[in-house]
Design a protein around this ligand. Structure first.
Ligand code: ACM
Length: 507
């Protein structure tokens, strides 16, 4: 079973299970996501799940589904039972409150049914947050009241880079799409039925080239289309009243669609070169009495966080926000991604933090050194590497450690052109991440134990039709010689860490 339950008490003997649907009840003296799964030897084939809430019941049912034969997960099955299971009582509860997975639908648009499928698989692994990265330089994916060009211009690009940037290869095909409001409401409802919260993200004030392509007055004077390359665009939002009004309109619409307490406002990778060269931005900075562009960035974030607060929500953003000066609101939740250090720093500064370091939680990285791994970028990140990841950094006090309230795996889709590829990159690594997020009992915390569980678990992935990376390595059709990558070593990656830390220590 993945993730593995915390405590399994054997009662002795086997039970013939007649129905794959257990009876359920709620006992609110249990923690809300906890459950007890009772496979009872004394009463003929009786299986009961007691949850601390409906979410706990849901997790107990997922555990039970993973004890029954995999064939029962197929969309058609003639199996009728009974099924023999050991009589057991399972007591289980998660380690982390935020067990997230981020899906980037901006770099490659994923059709609605693919997003629903992604949610269904994540919920099966007891994740409870889908962070939906809805906008970026390469595409805008939702309609915003009063700003129609976003889904006329901003959601399409003429062509797409194939592989990483230095190869300068492109396909010859337009790409894009957007979700209607009804689509997104369906995503929210479908996730909620599976006890997942959808946390939408509108990345600002950088990663906004698709918006600037739609409304040039939001930018700093450059005439641009929707970006066709991978990398970080220089074309960011200006800081005019109109642009701030645009951002508030966007967040208001987003809050109308998504009930989540947290709303992602990005804040990462915003080059300040256009701001330095734009006299209007410089004038605004002076009028506000701000010393530099980092402070202006912080001021912008604070404006957006206040707007969210006026709508009864809280801001969620990447760890670059820590470099934005003193101003960012204390209730902002930080996603620490540039290695371990920013996670530690956010917790030490009193912010709630979600641990998603690129060194352990970025599923766009290659899964092995095999030359047939598709578009190999970054460092190698195997399921075993992920399994061994400990999200609470060493050296934190108990109170600071308590600020690490969750973990998240991030699926950036520059090099994932379809859900078939997303599944290849996500699984089985999300299985390892599920164990990190749900937490492991001491006796289950061995890589060999995880590898054994995984060998059995892939039978369930097979039954669900998941295009996971085979444990033996890529198949011939997984290779992408037409989209070459840029592999890196961990030494190369760690050499960049001191730059990130210097950036964060600026303020
Ligand atoms: C990020 O990977 N730019 C958050």
């Amino acid at each position: 079973m993945i993730p593995q339950p915390k405590a399994v008490i054997d009662k002795g003997g086997y039970v013939a299970i007649k129905s794959p649907a257990p009876t359920t009840s709620i006992d609110d003296s249990l923690p809300s996501e906890a459950y007890i799964l009772d496979i009872d030897a004394s009463e003929d084939g009786k299986v009961h799940v007691t949850g601390g809430s409906a979410a706990g019941v849901f997790y107990g049912i997922q555990t039970f589904r993973q004890r029954l034969p995999p064939s029962l997960l197929r969309r058609g099955s003639s199996a009728t039972g009974p099924w023999e299971l050991p009589a057991q009582q399972i007591h289980d509860r998660p380690r982390f409150a935020w067990r997230g997975v981020m899906l980037d639908v901006a770099r490659h648009f994923m059709p609605l049914h693919d997003v629903l499928r992604f949610i269904d698989l994540a919920a099966f692994h007891k994740f409870n947050v889908l962070h939906l990265h809805l906008t970026d330089d390469q595409g805008w994916r939702l309609p915003i009241d009063g700003w129609p060009q976003l889904t006329v211009v901003g959601c399409w690009r003429r062509r797409t880079m194939q592989g990483s940037a230095q190869h300068e290869l492109y396909d010859k095909r337009p790409h894009g799409g957007f979700y209607s409001r009804a689509d997104l409401e369906e995503v929210v409802a479908f996730a909620s039925e599976r006890h997942m919260t959808v946390v939408p993200e509108i990345d600002m004030p950088g990663h906004m080239q698709a918006a600037v392509a739609s409304y040039p007055e939001l930018g700093n004077g450059a005439e641009v289309g929707v970006m066709e390359e991978w990398g970080i665009s220089e074309h960011v939002l200006n800081m005019s009243d109109k642009t701030l009004g645009f951002c508030r309109d966007v967040l208001t619409t987003v809050c109308d669609i998504f009930p989540s307490e947290f709303i992602g406002i990005g804040g990462d990778e915003c080059p300040h070169n256009e701001w330095k060269a734009n006299p209007d931005v410089q004038r605004r900075m002076k009028e506000l009495g701000l010393p530099d562009e980092d402070a202006l960035h912080g001021w912008f974030v604070t404006q957006m966080a206040s707007h969210l607060r006026s709508l009864g929500r809280r801001a969620f953003g990447w760890d670059e926000l820590l470099a934005c000066g003193d101003g960012i609101p204390a209730d902002t939740r930080i996603a620490g991604w540039r290695g371990i250090e920013p996670i530690k720093m956010a917790a030490q500064r009193g912010f709630e933090v979600i641990a998603c370091p690129d060194t352990a939680a970025y599923l766009d990285k290659r899964q092995s050194e095999d030359k047939n791994e598709p578009t190999p970028i970054g460092t190698v990140l195997t399921p075993e590497d992920i399994f061994a990841y400990e999200p609470v950094p060493a050296g934190l006090s108990k109170d600071e450690a308590g600020k690490v309230i969750g973990v998240q795996a991030n699926v950036w889709t520059e090099h994932m052109e379809s859900m078939r590829r997303v599944e290849y990159m996500a699984y089985p690594r999300l299985c390892a991440f599920a164990e990190v997020a749900w937490g492991k009992s001491k006796e289950d915390d061995t890589v060999a134990g995880f590898q054994d569980r995984l060998k059995h678990h892939v039978l369930y992935l097979d039954a669900l039709g998941v295009n996971y990376r085979p444990l033996t390595g890529p198949r011939p059709w997984d290779a992408r010689p037409d989209a070459p990558g840029k592999p890196r070593t961990m030494e190369y990656r760690m050499a960049k860490q001191s730059k990130f830390i210097a950036d964060l220590l600026k303020h």
